[in-house]
Design a protein around this ligand. Structure first.
Ligand SMILES: Cc1ncc(C[n+]2csc(CCOP(=O)(O)OP(=O)(O)O)c2C)c(N)n1
Length: 283
């Protein structure tokens, strides 16, 4: 199996985990978790320099899920990397669980508490500046959402990152075109996202956020870019992989758990028969 095929399988497994977790919890945000699964698989299974058995390793790359409501895909990636057990995924959104509806910094592998949109890149700038002061080579990855771009604080941090020439930061914008209650254009039209970031002096790379090769090569290009921060604008599909919710903003949050639970079962059967990769990994 080559790298691309392997990462596609991890992404599909993360999608499965997302569907199972949300169906199990009877609550959560499937649309934006599923749109981010290919990127999350590439980050956690290829790109980031991390040690799951030493979550606070000072030299680790940092990851901030600024669109914190997509927590299920982060938790799935962390569990699959071994930060905690697959069993723990069954506790999503239950009282006392380490897997709350939005990421909490006390959970192993979570570098920043998020959920209040707009704040992640500010924290990321702090981490990137800190790396520079400490003469460390770790990188800071921040995943943001397109609805999140409505938050004013985003643009303060965008300005700061460029001003301080933070080339150790990489923003990945999961540009699925939809937010909570409609398309981003209808809710608050952002105009050209590319021109916006370029106007703030960022290096902009546009990709198909479901194409593993494009994701990997954009990470490489970002690393090679010096003195300005890079944003990857990833064209994605909200709900990607679950046909009946794809491109439907109503499925930003869980809409119909009976249907979703039936689909979780169907997905389990399909994966079981699809490839030996999944055989021992389904729950
Ligand atoms: C400050 C703040 N305002 C409002 C919300 C409620 N909210 C949660 S998700 C969301 C839409 C986010 O859309 P987007 O960033 O495009 O996420 P995605 O489509 O990728 O899931 C909103 C408005 C929030 N979490 N934080």
């Amino acid at each position: 199996m080559n790298k691309k095929e392997e990462l596609e399988r991890w992404a599909q497994l993360l999608r499965y985990d997302v569907v199972r977790m949300i169906s199990n919890a009877n609550s959560g945000h499937p649309g934006g978790s599923l749109s981010a699964a290919d990127i999350a698989a590439c980050l956690y299974f290829n790109e980031m320099n991390i040690r799951p058995d030493e979550p606070d390793w000072p030299d680790r790359d940092r990851f901030i899920l600024s669109k914190g409501h997509a927590a299920p895909v982060l938790y799935a990636a962390l569990a699959r990397k071994g930060y905690f057990s697959i069993e723990t995924l069954k506790t999503l959104r239950t009282a006392g669980s380490m897997l709350q509806g939005h990421p909490d910094i006390h959970t192993p592998g979570v570098d920043m508490t998020t959920g209040c949109l707009g704040q992640g890149l500010s924290a990321g700038c702090g981490m990137a500046l800190s790396a520079r002061l400490d003469k460390k080579s770790y990188r800071v990855y921040v995943m943001m959402g397109c609805g999140e771009m409505n938050e004013g604080q985003v643009w303060e941090s965008v300005m700061s990152a460029a001003h301080f020439k933070l080339d150790n930061i990489l923003v990945i914008l999961d540009y699925n075109q939809l937010q909570f209650d409609g398309s981003v254009r209808e809710v608050l039209n952002p105009g050209s996202m590319k021109k916006r970031w370029e106007g703030f002096n960022w290096n902009v790379i546009e990709i198909n956020g479901h194409d593993i090769n494009e994701i990997l090569s954009s990470f490489k290009k970002a690393k090679e870019t010096k003195d300005i921060p890079t944003v990857i604008i990833a064209d994605t599909i909200k709900g990607r992989g679950v046909k009946f919710i794809e491109k439907d903003y109503m499925w930003h949050s869980l809409m119909d758990n009976k249907k979703f639970t039936e689909y979780a079962e169907q997905m389990r059967e399909e994966l079981k028969n699809a490839d030996s990769f999944y055989a021992d990994r389904l729950w």
